[in-house]
Design a binder for this molecule. Structure first.
Ligand SMILES: Nc1ncnc2c1ncn2[C@@H]1O[C@H](COP(=O)(O)OP(=O)(O)OP(=O)(O)O)[C@@H](O)[C@H]1O
Length: 348
């Protein structure tokens, strides 16, 4: 049962089409305001687009094309949404919260409670069965909310940054549970964390400005980013330009690198390279066969044990000693130098 989705919503400048294969987990990443929550809200039936259609297998969630419009209400979609905040019913115990979904699907009380116990066990929250939400930590409550979402056996599980509200102690536990529970499940997870995408998702969609700008298998998108956003997730610099015989012609100068296959001159190509592979020079290093990009420093900031020097869209990591030695300051025009073997080139 594959999932097919296409929708437009002019008021949010949203225009997205996507397709997922059965059992896949899709991670949706993108900057603030990209349309990630809008996507989930439309799938869940909480927000109506201007046009579009979505289906899981043969089952139509909505089809707003003329003449016969279909719009299933949220409770008939067989989707479950796990929000950033657990949103448990405050007056019900953890067990009753988890049983609630099945009860409202018409399952008898005893059966719903028994199934709820199983889901509490699966999310390692059995011991909190009789506690109310205000007696649970954030991480415990989020695990109970996951149990509640899974207990309704949704065809499609929607997760809106499920780790966002968790502290550093609770997040690894939730991540481990999700890894197990999402393994063969149809799920879409919004995340800001590249680690979640790597650990949990088969595919990644990068949303920007209400459009999908990259889509594909997680490792492929992160290894061969075509957008600056995806390159940033992988900690890489990305510059683009037309191919020349000697390299790519970019805003910072010509850059040569290694490419898997030859690119005909004029092809729009991307070059990616690590900030750690760059050396900064104040004068052009004469006679060097290496790449030399010319840029003006915009920011200098600590980055782990190193110093990150930004120049427009480029970032270089240098040592504190090198920073002191070069007396770098924002506004200075410098040369970012790196070997061609440190640069990967592929079609943009
Ligand atoms: N309730 C609303 N009414 C009108 N416009 C909205 C509403 N919620 C969001 N928007 C707009 O729709 C666009 C997409 O927002 P959305 O919340 O889907 O982005 P997001 O990718 O989930 O962002 P974030 O990472 O900040 O949660 C933005 O331009 C936003 O300003």
């Amino acid at each position: 049962m594959s999932f097919h989705f296409e929708a437009t919503l002019a008021s949010r400048d949203f225009d997205v089409s996507l397709h997922c294969e059965p059992g896949e987990t899709l991670a949706v990443l993108g900057p603030n305001g990209a349309g990630k929550s809008t996507l989930l809200a439309i799938i869940a039936g909480l927000l109506r687009p201007d046009a579009g259609k979505a289906s899981i297998g043969e089952r139509v969630l909505f089809d707003l094309g003329a003449p016969a419009r279909t719009w299933l209400p949220p409770h008939s979609r067989e989707t479950a949404l796990l929000a950033q905040e657990p949103l448990l019913f405050p007056h019900l115990s953890a067990l009753e919260n988890v049983a609630f979904g099945q009860r409202s699907q018409g399952v008898r009380a005893a059966a719903a409670r028994s199934s709820a116990r199983d889901w509490l066990a699966a999310t390692e929250t059995e011991e909190f069965a009789s506690r109310r939400p205000d007696q649970l930590s954030g991480g415990q409550a989020q695990r109970v909310a996951l149990a509640r979402a899974l207990a309704t056996s949704p065809e499609l599980l929607l997760l809106d940054e499920p780790m966002a509200a968790l502290d550093i102690h609770s997040a690894p536990m939730m991540r481990r549970l999700l890894k197990r529970e999402l393994a063969h499940r149809f799920a879409i997870i919004i995340t800001h964390d590249v680690l979640d995408a790597l650990m949990l998702a088969d595919k990644v969609a990068i949303l920007e400005g209400g459009r999908i700008i990259e889509f594909g298998p997680t490792l492929e998108v992160l290894n061969r980013p075509r957008s600056r956003f995806a390159a940033g997730l992988s900690g890489l610099n990305l510059i683009t330009g037309p191919t020349r015989d000697e390299g790519i012609d970019t805003d910072y100068g010509l850059i040569a690198g290694t490419s898997e296959s030859p690119l005909p001159p004029g092809t729009l190509a991307a070059a990616t390279f690590s900030p750690a592979d760059i050396s900064i020079y104040l004068d052009p290093p004469h006679g060097s066969p290496r790449n030399m990009l010319t840029a003006s420093i915009t920011e200098i900031e600590p980055h782990g044990d190193a110093i990150r020097v930004r120049a427009g869209q480029l970032a270089a990591d240098i040592t504190v000693a090198a920073l002191a030695d070069l007396a770098l300051e924002p506004g200075m025009r410098v040369f970012f130098v790196l070997k061609a073997t440190a640069v990967r080139i592929y079609p943009a």
